[in-house]
Design a protein around this ligand. Structure first.
Ligand code: BGC
Length: 374
């Protein structure tokens, strides 16, 4: 069974973020799907932005926003996505180091696999910032900036409980739990955050994990790939929910997987309460219609803005100051005994009840809600 103690022992004492077209000039240093702002001798600051695969809409949005922000501050940014996997990301970071960037902003595919690149960067005096996903197994990290991932999980767990109470009468409730990709250091934090809320309710009998698969290793979804989540949900239905039965609720760590789970459930079974994350367009519509119970809003505009500001300050040798964003140096460790200075932004839970309010300053999402509720 899951236990908080075990989570802590696994290094998760944390309580703490498809193809877009770049508008900057193409980078010629290689790597698939690369883009960069035009290099120029008048550029003051040089930032290497190494991002993972675009496994969800937030990464697609981040690319466009990075290009905009870098242009705004007249920084020379090399923005690379590693759609080919870990070794491609290692090569991209290596090239950025060779180029002599001032700062590396890294959204890792697998934060534990960049040790030698980070050693080199440190030796070259490059500042290292982990973006959205923590870098692990290293001391070579200056800052971490992300939405508070453990809190994302807590909000998801609470949403599942609230949704069950609202939509499925009185308990006990049958649920299933899904996790993200095991190579992404966020996944365990999301799962542990959610289980910190759900486990006491499993222990007191309010919730029953129908399949019995409540361990992170059983629930994880390799590569954040929706096909894997759909296949697992198919087999959970086949093994545990005969005929038109369905679980009352499903913990899903993000929207892409939530939609795959809903597809697997289909329309012959009663729809469960399903959580999500990212406020992806399709899920915003489903949430507004009440078909996906919840999502999370982690405004990528704000995360990118603050990240570029932090990178600029570090590149200029200034003491970072992100105004209202609190700096925490206790919740996250990149390895045992190495706490990381972390700027943690606040995620917001979204259900059909508050969607219009949460997205009121996000024109596109506000329109999706308005259209869905016409
Ligand atoms: C991000 C999530 C996203 C997932 C899959 C995580 O690291 O924090 O927002 O859903 O990656 O792309």
């Amino acid at each position: 069974m899951f236990s908080i103690r075990k989570a802590a022992a696994m290094g998760a004492i944390a309580a703490v973020a498809l193809g877009a077209t770049a508008c900057g000039a193409r980078d010629t240093s290689g790597g698939t799907d690369s883009s960069s702002t035009a290099a120029g001798s008048d550029k003051q600051v040089s930032i290497g932005i190494a991002m993972p695969q675009k496994t969800s809409q937030n990464w697609v949005e981040a690319e466009k926003l990075f290009i905009q922000k870098c242009e705004e501050i007249n920084a020379n940014c090399d923005i690379q996505f590693a759609n080919g996997g870990v070794s491609e990301q290692q090569n991209q970071i290596g090239a950025m180091i060779t180029k002599g960037v001032d700062v590396l902003l890294i959204g890792a595919i697998d934060g534990s696999q960049l040790g030698s690149q980070l050693d080199q960067a440190r030796a070259a005096g490059i500042k290292i910032v982990a973006y959205d996903r923590l870098l692990t197994n290293t001391k070579n990290i200056d800052y971490y900036i992300a939405y508070d991932n453990f809190h994302v999980g807590e909000l998801q767990g609470q949403a599942l409980l609230d949704g069950l109470g609202k939509e499925k009468g009185s308990g006990p409730y049958k649920i299933e739990v899904f996790g993200g990709s095991p190579d992404d250091s966020n996944s365990l934090k999301f799962f542990n955050g959610a289980m910190s809320v759900l486990q006491p309710k499993i222990d007191d009998g309010t919730l029953v994990v129908g399949s019995g698969q409540s361990e992170y290793s059983q629930a994880a979804t390799q590569g954040w790939d929706p096909k894997n989540a759909q296949t697992r949900m198919d087999s959970l239905l086949a093994s545990t929910y005969p005929g038109t039965e369905a679980p009352d609720g499903v913990l899903s760590p993000n929207d892409t997987l939530a939609r795959a789970i809903l597809t697997s459930i289909g329309d012959k079974r009663e729809r469960p309460v399903v959580t999500g994350q990212d406020s992806e367009d399709e899920s915003v519509t489903l949430v507004a219609k009440g078909e996906q119970y919840s999502t999370i809003f982690k405004d990528t505009r704000y995360l990118v803005e603050q990240s570029v500001k932090l990178a600029e300050q570090l590149a200029k040798g200034e003491e970072p100051n992100l105004g209202d964003v609190k700096l925490d140096d206790k919740q996250y460790e990149s390895m045992e005994g190495n706490p990381v200075k972390s700027y943690l932004l606040s995620p917001v839970i979204v259900t059909k009840d508050n969607a219009a309010e949460v997205y009121k300053d996000d024109e596109l999402r506000a329109k999706l809600v308005a259209d869905a509720t016409k």
